[in-house]
Structures are given as C-alpha cells and as structure tokens.
Design a protein around this ligand. Sequence first.
Ligand code: AMP
Length: 113
Amino acid sequence: MNDCIFCRIAEGELPAQIVFQDDDFVAFRDIAPKAPVHLVVIPRRHVASFADVAELSADERARMAVFLAEAADRAGLTSTGYRVVTNHGANSRQSVFHLHWHILGGALLSDSM
Ligand code: AMP
C-alpha cells in the first residue's frame, strides 16, 4: 500500500474536503488551516517536493500554475487576494513529502513570512 497520504487522498483512499480536481491535480482543504481559507494543491503524480518539479512534464508544470489560480478562484479568493507557497526540505518545515502548494487567504495575512 502506498504510504504517502497525499497519494492516498488523490486516489480517494483517504477522505478530504476536495474543492476542485481534474485528471492531474487535486485541491483540498488543509486539515489544520493556517488561514480562514487554506487549500492544499497537489499533482496526482507523486513528486517529493518542488526541488523535483522537473519530474513533471512541461505540460503538467504549465497546467499546475493555471490549476492553482482556478482553485483559488473556486474558493472565492480572487477578489480579496491570497498567497501561494510551497515548502521544500527541513528549513521550510516541509512535513508531507509529496509536492504541494498552500493557497492561503480569507483574511489579511501576516507580512512576516
Ligand atoms: P507542509 O508542512 O508544507 O509539508 O504542509 C503539509 C500540510 O498538509 C500541512 O499544512 C498539514 O496540515 C496538511 N495535511 C496533512 N495531512 C492532511 C490531510 N490528511 N488532509 C489535509 N491536509 C493535511
């Protein structure tokens, strides 16, 4: 069994509050939100972190950016604004080793990060 929790969410084996998905990407609500709206966006294909983004095809990389904007819009964040961030490695505090983007919004965010 695949022990990557985000692979298991993508495969429907673990529950998640999915906001938007297509054949290659899934956006779902973070289980421990750091903002009033906090989405996690993943490629279905397992890539450990942004450092390995070259493992995605050029087409997947391009569509990932468009998917992020669409997911934020579907969560109602376009007019008020949002932050997109990804973590790689120990100093960033990455805790799930499947490439993912955080979309944070729904309030005025901290300027300290
Ligand atoms: P990172 O620290 O950048 O690796 O972010 C991992 C994120 O995944 C954290 O914000 C967690 O709260 C979130 N997370 C972990 N498990 C789940 C889950 N089962 N469903 C939704 N979000 C999760």
